[in-house]
Design a protein around this ligand. Structure first.
Ligand SMILES: Nc1ncnc2c1ncn2[C@@H]1O[C@H](COP(=O)(O)OP(=O)(O)OP(=O)(O)O)[C@@H](O)[C@H]1O
Ligand SMILES: [Mg+2]
Length: 289
């Protein structure tokens, strides 16, 4: 059964997509895990990164919309071994993608029916749970309907943030918005045998300049520690890990290659691999609580 992981922060530009794509690629390439990345952000950054120019031709109905439109096939919408070389050969055999398209924005203005969208999304995606070791969600920077879909389907949350005061304040908002949604979805969660709601298992302080001193970093860590002690949303063993700032992170999106495929080794490549290894070695919270 797939471990279901979400990269979430309502704050924009903190590195959710960079980490989701690179951790997914490292799990599949370095640790031989089968991974499905689900791009829940209408901006479609993860999909463009992994599909390159093939994304332009992708029909909206073959995107995450297939989880929300009863008539389309989820399985047929999955891009198998999504990363391809120039000759079309797969570069990471076990990395699949359920892509986003900008048309996903339309989901936000739909009227809610009797069955909420997050429940439909879960039900349709759950057919894929046995097929993967990991399902990874890249979330938009808002408490949108698609974020709720990802949240309901996620068991483990990893929160990318930056070493600044706004990120510290963002943690407070994340804590209350996610818990409000978990209350809102309590009725539906009760109807799923063995359902466990999402918990924050890690805080990833991203874009740390090597050698720089950050006045706000201690405050951010202190806020995370108090949430670990006081909030049900946070696992009391949640880790905090730093990822360096590196031009290679944005270059990697530009070349459509995740960092782990970079032939030249670098600090950030090693940090991403270590983080993937760390997530993998901590195990499934439902198997090793
Ligand atoms: N460790 C890093 N070092 C340098 N640049 C980084 C790093 N992580 C992310 N970036 C850059 O920061 C920008 C924002 O990153 P990214 O798109 O991953 O954030 P996001 O949280 O997904 O944004 P959004 O909220 O819009 O979805 C990108 O240009 C990315 O290349
Ligand atoms: Mg993003």
């Amino acid at each position: 059964m797939a471990r279901r992981i979400g990269f979430l922060n309502f704050k924009g530009g903190v590195g959710k997509t960079t980490l989701a794509v690179n951790i997914a690629a490292s799990l599949a390439h370095d640790l031989d895990r089968s991974v499905l990345l689900v791009d829940c952000d209408p901006q479609s950054n993860a999909s463009i990164w992994l599909m390159g120019h093939r994304w332009d031709q992708l029909r909206p109905e073959d995107s995450v919309l297939s989880l929300l439109n009863g008539q389309s096939s989820v399985l047929q919408s999955i891009q198998k071994a999504v990363l391809r070389g120039e000759d079309g050969q797969p570069l990471i055999r076990k990395l699949d993608l359920l892509a986003a398209k900008n048309e996903l924005l339309e989901v936000e203005s739909r009227a809610e029916g009797k069955v909420p969208y997050f429940f439909q999304f879960y039900e349709r995606l759950s057919g894929q749970f046995p097929a993967y070791d990991y399902i990874i969600f890249d979330c938009p920077p808002s408490a949108s309907r698609l974020t709720k879909c990802a949240l309901f389907a996620t068991r483990e949350l990893y929160v990318p943030c930056n070493p600044d005061e706004l990120s510290r304040q963002g943690l407070t908002m994340l804590n209350s918005v996610v818990q409000d949604f978990q209350k809102e979805s309590h009725y539906q969660s009760q109807s799923i045998p063995g359902y466990n709601r999402a918990q924050v298992r890690g805080l990833i302080v991203n874009s740390i300049k090597p050698g720089a001193k950050y006045d706000s970093l201690d405050d951010l860590i202190a806020r995370a520690s108090s949430l670990k002690k006081g909030s049900q949303l946070f696992d009391d063993k949640a880790f905090t890990i730093n990822v360096s700032q590196s031009i290679l992170a944005s270059r990697s999106a530009h070349t459509h290659l995740p960092l782990t495929l970079d032939r030249k080794s670098s600090t950030i490549q090693e940090e991403i691999r270590n983080l993937a290894q760390h997530i993998d070695s901590r195990g499934d919270p439902d198997v090793h609580p």
